[in-house]
Unconditional design. Sequence first.
Length: 187
Amino acid sequence: MKKILLLAVVTVLGLTNGTAQKIKFGAKGGLNFANISGDNASKFETVAAFNFGLMSEIPITQKFSFQPEIMFSGQGYSFEGSNGNLVALNYLNVPLIGKYYVVKGLSLEAGPQLGFLLSAKNESTNVKDSFKSFDFGVNVGLGYKLNNGLNFGARYNLGLTNINDLQGSSGKYRNGVIQVSVGYFFF
């Protein structure tokens, strides 16, 4: 896990050589619509939560940019018909997004995401030991950036790793999150 983070940092620093004058930094936040998929997952329902964090955009060419982010992401699920039996999973996510500008301002986005579980609660009970501490996924989405730095995004994160770590359970479950966000590049 530490090797993956180190590789990500080295990659970002390597790509910034010669483009430091053009790098933009900003913040963003928005809504998540999260659920899990997998074995017997039909009994789980989507929950709404928040996401917020910091981002950077590093131009590679006129049409292609690299956008690393560090985001707090509220995720989880609820049990069908349980009137709010919510399992809240809070992650520190590191999306490494490639952006291709189709036309000025409008970008197609895709890239891997590293996720680190910060907390997991079922109502007020700590259930973090029931979930794996690392999640790997892939993001795809659209973004639109205005000249004044304001930007909008819609993204889907498909979890690729089994997050279930419940003793005695062989069920396999993966995160799935639709994110909508608004951000601003400060400089």
